[in-house]
Structures are given as C-alpha cells and as structure tokens.
Design a protein around this ligand. Structure first.
Ligand SMILES: Nc1nc2c(ncn2[C@@H]2O[C@H](COP(=O)(O)OP(=O)(O)OP(=O)(O)O)[C@@H](O)[C@H]2O)c(=O)[nH]1
Ligand SMILES: [Mg+2]
Length: 281
C-alpha cells in the first residue's frame, strides 16, 4: 500500500503552518486521517498535534549558541537541515509504518532550501524510497502577488522548487480572506494569467531594452508550457479547501486503493424536535 506525503513549502510567513492546521481540522471533519511532521527547527508556535518534531533532533538556538559553530539564524537553520539530512533514520523511527499514511511536512521558510540546497531533494528521495508518493505544495502570500512583477517573481520561486525537487507540485495563493474586494478582483487575472499581457503591465524597469527580451522569454516559457498555475486558498472557505485537497489527491493518486469510509456523523442535539420544526414552518 503506498503512503502519501505533502511537502508544504514557501517563503517565510506565507502560511505553511496555518495551512497544515487548517487541513488537519478539515480532514478530521471528513473522518480522514492526516498527520503532521514539523520540519522547522526554528518553529516557535503551531497549533496542530505533531507526529514528529525536528526540534527533538536539533534546534536552531542550540546551534547558534555553540561557540565552535558561531552561526546566525539563517546559517544555523541550514546547518540544522543538513544535520537532519544526515540523520534520516530519526525520521524513519518517528514515522513507523501505518497503512494508508497521509503526512504533511511543515517545512521551514528559508527560500534557499527550495532553490539550490540539496537537502529537500534528499528528503524527497528518501521518502520515495520509503514508498511515499510525494506532492510539493508551494505557498505564496496572495498579498504579495497583486502586481504583475511580484507575480512573476512568485512564479519563478515556485518554478525553482518544481525544477529542483522533480515531483508533482501544487502552487497556492494563501490568505485570500485578507484581500480587499478590489484586490480580489485584481488577483483573478493572476489565477489564470496571460503572461504576455502581464508583461505589458510591468513597471518600466522590466521594459527597458536590457530586461525586455529576458522578461518576454520567461513569460513565454510559463505561458506556452502552462507550467505554473496557482490555486486560491481561503482558510475560512470549506469549498476552497476541498478544491485544493482534491488537486493534491489527484496529483498523488490518493484514494485509488482505499475502501469507502462513512463520513463522521454530526451529533444531533437531542433537544431538537424536527417534527415540530416542520409542522411549525
Ligand atoms: N487571515 C489569515 N491569516 C493567515 C492565513 N495564513 C496564515 N496567516 C497568518 O500569517 C502569519 C504567518 O502564518 P504561519 O502559518 O505561521 O506562516 P509560516 O509560513 O508557517 O511561517 P514560517 O514558518 O515562519 O515561515 C500568522 O500570523 C498567521 O495567523 C490565512 O489564510 N488568513
Ligand atoms: Mg511555520
């Protein structure tokens, strides 16, 4: 039986931990078992129960306090992740092996982990050896995507994670509930973008002769091959959460070998008398 994993990635503060806890709650209501592993050695708070926590293996504060290493917060984090990649047996022990495992990995926010460092790729390879089907979930804060040049950089960040990890990836715009009505309307064009026309809206710096050819090539690549798309994520909208989950499940073929489970029954309030209610109305 395959096992399933989501690697929840994205820049600092993009909403990774919130996404994990929202999904845990959502799946609980669907009577679907989902577990979370915290892979952020600098995490301070998250509100989901953890199956494993990297801070039990190594913590950024301990690395920074070490006089022989003398790392700052970013170097410290990279050190922790490299230490983790040399100690995957710790993770193997924590994960055990349960039938139909579905695990969310809440990753740190340092963007270099998804662009050029090999740690996350090693993790993906290791998970695949343990029979996991892994989907990358790349989160970007929607508030930073409402202008075309910011959108292009968000797309490139997502693309570099896709290229370096070589797994199916679903890209998500988070915090949609925080957008004003006007910004929501504005962002619609980024959910199904025509990259060539976005290029025309870009500020003059992107249109100078030096950059124009390059921007056009990037926009053309993204548009012609349809490689990067974003799904909106509003944590207060169940339908929206469902759509995101369906895309991810489809990408890793979750559910193909599962038996049907009854959804959780909603407990009825014994004081509610439905006969009376219908007679009255
Ligand atoms: N309104 C709203 N706030 C959100 C949402 N997602 C995250 N936040 C807030 O954004 C802040 C950062 O969210 P986190 O989930 O901690 O982000 P993160 O990506 O895990 O951050 P790091 O682990 O530090 O990289 C918190 O204050 C969250 O409450 C959302 O969908 N809506
Ligand atoms: Mg976090």
């Amino acid at each position: 039986m395959p096992r399933y994993a989501q690697l929840v990635m994205g820049p600092a503060g993009s909403g990774k931990s919130t996404y994990c806890s929202t999904l845990v709650q959502h799946c609980e209501e669907l009577n679907r078992s989902v577990q979370v592993v915290n892979l952020d050695p600098a995490a301070e708070h998250f509100d989901y129960p953890v199956m494993a926590d990297i801070r039990e293996l190594i913590e950024v504060d301990d690395v920074m306090e070490d006089d022989t290493l003398r790392f700052g917060p970013n170097g410290g984090l990279v050190f922790c992740m490299e230490y983790f990649s040399n100690n995957f047996d710790w993770l193997e022990n924590c994960l055990g092996h349960v039938e139909d495992d579905y695990i969310l990995f809440d990753c740190p926010g340092q963007i270099e982990l998804y662009t050029h460092l090999p740690v996350m790729k090693h993790l993906v390879d290791q998970l695949q050896q343990w029979e996991f089907r892994v989907c990358g979930v790349f989160l970007v804060d929607s508030q930073f995507m409402v202008e075309s040049f910011k959108f292009i950089s968000g797309v490139l960040a997502a693309l570099s994670a896709m290229v370096s990890l070589e797994i199916p990836q679903i890209n998500i715009m988070t915090k949609m509930d925080l957008l004003s009505k006007k910004a929501k309307k504005e962002i619609e064009k980024f959910l199904d973008p025509d990259m060539y026309s976005l290029m025309e809206d870009s500020p003059s710096v992107l249109k100078t002769k030096k950059f124009k050819k390059m921007t056009k090539a990037i926009c053309g690549l993204i548009d012609d091959y349809s490689i990067v798309r974003f799904l909106p994520f509003d944590r207060s909208d169940e339908e929206c959460i469902n759509i995101v989950l369906q895309h991810i499940d489809f990408a890793i073929q979750y559910g193909e070998d599962l038996e049907f489970k009854e959804p959780k029954e909603v407990e009825e309030d014994p004081s509610t008398n439905y006969d009376e209610f219908f007679q009255d109305s």
